[in-house]
Write a protein that binds this ligand. Structure first.
Ligand SMILES: Cc1cc2nc3c(=O)[nH]c(=O)nc-3n(C[C@H](O)[C@H](O)[C@H](O)COP(=O)(O)OP(=O)(O)OC[C@H]3O[C@@H](n4cnc5c(N)ncnc54)[C@H](O)[C@@H]3O)c2cc1C
Length: 61
């Protein structure tokens, strides 16, 4: 289903559950398509959780 199909189906709004890297990336992609996004995160605030994504220099090559 591409963007035009989603427009025809009335899918111009999305609810994304979870504000981790996946939810944030999906929200950004949908916003860039011009869709309205409601991002729901259960945590009261964004803060480090002992987990992380390590990006080695090679990925930017
Ligand atoms: C200790 C540790 C070290 C790690 N180190 C590395 C590393 O060095 N390199 C690497 O690449 N990866 C690492 N990872 C893995 C990496 O952190 C995860 O793969 C990545 O964060 C997953 O992202 P995600 O968005 O899918 O999920 P998450 O980051 O888990 O985000 C999910 C979000 O959804 C929210 N949520 C869940 N349920 C609900 C609900 N019902 N309603 C609302 N919000 C909800 C949670 O609060 C959370 O914020 C590590 C993980 C851990 C635990």
């Amino acid at each position: 289903m591409d963007g035009a199909d989603m427009d025809r189906a009335g899918m111009d709004r999305a609810i994304v559950v979870g504000g981790g890297i996946a939810g944030l990336a999906l929200s950004l992609a949908l916003l860039r398509q011009g869709r309205q996004v409601l991002l729901c995160e259960q945590a009261a605030a964004f803060a480090p959780l002992r987990a992380g994504i390590t990006l080695s220099p090679a990925i930017f090559a």
